[in-house]
Design a protein around this ligand. Sequence first.
Ligand code: ZN
Length: 547
Amino acid sequence: MAEILQKLRGGLVVSCQAPPGDPLEDTETIRRIARAVSVVGAVGLRINSAEHVAAIRRDSDLPIIGIQKRYSGGKVHITPDFASAAALAQGGASVIALDCTQRVWPSGEPWQSLIGRIHRELKLPVMADIATLGEALAAADAGADVVATTLSGYTEPTRDNPGFNWTLLAAMVGQLRVPVAAEGRISSPEEAKRALSMGAWCVIVGSAITRPGAITTNFVRAIQRKGSAAPAIGADIGGTLIKAGLVNSNGEVTSLAQVPTEASGGREAIVASLCKAVGQVLTDAEKRGVKPAGLGIASAGAIDPQDGSVFAATDNLPGWTGFPLQAFAQAKFNLPTWAVNDAHAAVLAELHFGLGRSLSDFAAITLGTGVGGGIVCGGKLLSGRHGFAGSVGHHVISEGGRPCNCGRRGCLEAYVSTAALIREYQAHGGSIPESFDDAALALHINQQAASGSSAAVSAYDALAHYLAEGVANIFNLFDPDAVLLSGGLIEGQERFVLGVAEQVSALLHCGSKRKPCIKAATSGHLAGVQGAASLVFAGQNDWNDGE
Ligand SMILES: [Zn+2]
């Protein structure tokens, strides 16, 4: 039995199925689909029904994971009894997959006893299809030879989980002694690769490969994304304010709540403020009879792209590091939830609703208290292994230069942030009105520069010089279509943006020929809210395996 599992190791298993009533639901059609995927490198097949298994077995030596779906009351039960398992074995299945969730099926045999009978009487290994870690552990205890994440998202307690359940996979790989198969809503080659690199024994993909109907739906939805879809909630957790809004699929914010973060109160206070802000938007949505499609949350700090937890946060949000943001919010609000770094969210807003719509590759830099950024390649935001990708504020433009908050010296952030602008303004003889805090002061200098005051103009010129060094580095690194600048510092500063563009052109090799495109971003102070909400719209286009 172990031999068969060895054949699946590190490979792609393709699930070739068609739901009842689907035009492809036909034995010969399924056989041909199985053949098409077998000749190009699939290491195994997952096939529904003894009839299909037998038809495919006639011309294939590949391991076949056999299942028998039974439909009742709108629900589907996978291989409910020994007779189904025996028929699959008779047809030539190499592994029998079973529903090993806690769901109770009145007409089925308990899966615990089925596992034993399949081992003893059919001499075949068993794949346990489960939805939770508890079910995975129970199935392994009961003797399952391989445990698959297949049913996560399809049972009542897990129903609202969007996309593939990476958290579950990681926990299973960590705690199970038997092989773990990654299955359910794996939508791309990248995700398949990621599942294997996380320790999955094999990866099983269905809809994304074998269902032209699902693939077409995905294309059609992406093309026709109009204002008619359900709106999403976007929330943006900053050091002083938490903003939450109802956002439609054109990016318009139709309802907005703003609540002080109360960050000094630590994690509990921040969570309470988040719940208050999102709660206000939910109440407003309910009044209008609108059901939000999901929740996207942008937060300061690096957000782990695997599970949406806070990988690292600065002292602006004390106690925030390690908080399972996505999992918490999903359970709290009972909505499909995504989490993302706030600078990344601003880039997503530009990508989906701003200038980025017509760009394939661009970088965006947000100038404010800190310098955030993000990089889009081929229309996709790079998040990085730990959520740090595109941290342009912390690349060094002057070795051994000014100290930076990150601990290094000479970072771009030390030269072009709000504090740097104020310092340059003072150095050029600008007077500072008493009782102004940094934010008010930055606004003051911004207005002074717009009206031509020499100290403010000189301060901006100094910043343009440093920023040009950083932006030129970005052009050298990945030659993007454009670099977009945003943040309060940029508002109304066309002269500054032009100055940066001219200097970058002079710094680049073949700069005059390349004509680097540097522009002010179009999304404004709600970019974090809009970008976070865009994750919901993008997530709705994920594949649905329909197990
Ligand atoms: Zn730094």
